[in-house]
Design a protein around this ligand. Structure first.
Ligand SMILES: [Cu+2]
Length: 184
């Protein structure tokens, strides 16, 4: 029964994820339409220059920072009736030693766990708690929808779209890092 509930929950999270990805791409399309209409204007050239500048460096070109860095931290917006949500973030280990994420704490919720997902032979995805998540030296571990994630149980207050929520990431051999997650 418990695992059935988990499966239902992860499927609804995945469906919500796909829907929001679709909405994003739709809104991107409509936002870019006016630019297409003004083809040949100087603005058009500027935007393509910017696109080149914005292109992220390949992972192996990133300078070694010597520290732990996070990118794109966000929490999934859920309706106020939903007590649970999930959070995602990319964690880069710029140190020369392997670093292990050991936990997440916040006033936001009753319980926060690190989860991973697996797909069985029938293609059914389920999620399960893991004690920790290792990040190799000079590498980035991405927590993302349909992959490893931060599971949030028992929200103390409903989430508000656009708000920032601080959660503390703890590691085995590094000081804890406070991270501002944006609700979206
Ligand atoms: Cu989960």
């Amino acid at each position: 029964m418990r695992s059935l509930l988990l499966i239902l929950l992860i499927s609804s999270v995945c469906i919500a994820c796909e829907r929001s990805a679709q909405e994003n791409s739709n809104s991107n399309n409509s936002a870019s339409a006016p630019v297409d209409n003004s083809a040949g204007s100087p603005n058009n050239n500027n935007s393509s220059d910017l696109a080149v500048v914005d292109e992220p460096l390949a992972e192996d070109e990133l300078p070694s920072s010597g520290t732990i860095e996070v990118d794109n931290p966000w929490i999934r917006m859920v309706p106020s009736v939903s007590p649970n949500s999930a959070a995602y973030v990319s964690i880069s280990n710029g140190t020369e030693e392997s670093v292990t994420l050991t936990g997440i704490s916040s006033q936001l919720a009753d319980r926060i766990e690190i989860h991973n997902v697996e797909v069985d032979a029938a293609g059914t995805m389920s999620m399960f708690e893991i004690d920790s998540l290792e990040i190799e030296p000079d590498s980035t571990t991405v927590l993302e929808p349909s992959g490893a994630h931060i599971m949030i149980y028992g929200l103390k207050e409903p989430l508000t779209e656009g708000e920032m929520v601080t959660m503390m990431l703890s590691f085995d051999n590094q000081p804890p890092i406070p991270v501002n997650f944006s609700v979206k």
